[in-house]
Ligand binder design. Structure first.
Ligand SMILES: [Zn+2]
Ligand SMILES: [Zn+2]
Length: 252
């Protein structure tokens, strides 16, 4: 599997950096994971805007899905748009939320349900097969319906936390994974809210407790010192730790 980062800025886009978005590729299939603010602009620096064979969303906060509306414009009106409906795997609310974001007019929404451009599948705590990937979802600890994923291809496993606070379900998804792509939004301050995000300490602890091979850190907010997050993670996890960067690719 090849993981390419479109954006990795936590909770909001940062200076010159998109919010969450990734491409996961294998066997010529490209799975887009999240489409946060600014990710479509990043994508088009290197690729066709129709590079995706399917999309997967952990949850529906704007920093993970705000660029869905501009993708709809591309898929409806671009002169070289592909035919057919793009498969989208997302929380059950996605079709109604995405159409509301796309069209502010209620009458228009009655006829604009996006089913011309997309085929939606609601996620749940189960395994779905998306192209060459087996994707097992389970619920994350976050204020809305949110999932983390364990994605396997050809004997290699990537676990992606999405947005989550400390969670036994997410820890189970990460068990013995080759690579853990973990959010670490902030440092381990005493006043951080529960069930929202992981600190650097918790991301490192998750990697250690789950026994993963390698830790990729993402979703650090622009106002958090990233070196402090990495120092926290290193104190908990002895394996390789990398802070991911936009437009970089990681062979898994
Ligand atoms: Zn987020
Ligand atoms: Zn979120």
């Amino acid at each position: 599997m090849l993981l390419t980062v479109l954006g990795c800025s936590g909770s909001v886009p940062g200076p010159g950096t998109a919010a969450s978005g990734y491409l996961l590729e294998a066997e010529g299939f490209t799975l887009g994971i999240e489409l946060g603010t600014g990710t479509l602009a990043q994508l088009q620096l290197d690729r066709d805007p129709f590079a995706f064979d399917a999309l997967l969303f952990s949850h529906l906060h704007p920093d993970h899905c705000a660029d869905f509306s501009p993708l709809t414009v591309l898929r409806r009106y671009h002169p070289e748009r592909p035919a057919g409906r793009l498969p989208v795997y997302a929380p059950a609310e996605a079709p109604s939320r995405f159409v509301a974001a796309y069209s502010p007019d209620a009458q228009d929404r009655a006829v604009t349900d996006l089913s011309d451009a997309y085929a939606f599948t609601a996620l749940g705590p189960r395994t779905v097969h998306i192209g060459p990937f087996a994707v097992t979802a389970d619920r994350a600890a976050h204020p809305c319906e949110a999932f983390a994923f364990r994605i396997t291809h050809d004997g290699t496993t990537l676990t992606y936390t999405g947005d989550t606070g400390w969670s036994d379900a997410v820890t189970a998804l990460a068990r013995d994974a080759d690579v853990l792509l973990s959010e670490a939004s902030w440092t381990h301050a005493d006043d951080r809210p529960p069930d929202l995000h992981l600190s650097g300490t918790e991301a490192g602890r998750l990697a250690s407790v789950a026994g993963v091979g390698r830790l990729l850190i993402t979703h650090v907010t622009p106002w958090t010192p990233v070196d402090d997050v990495l120092t926290e993670a290193k104190a908990e996890f002895a394996g390789e730790i990398t802070r991911v960067r936009p437009r970089e690719a990681y062979r898994l």
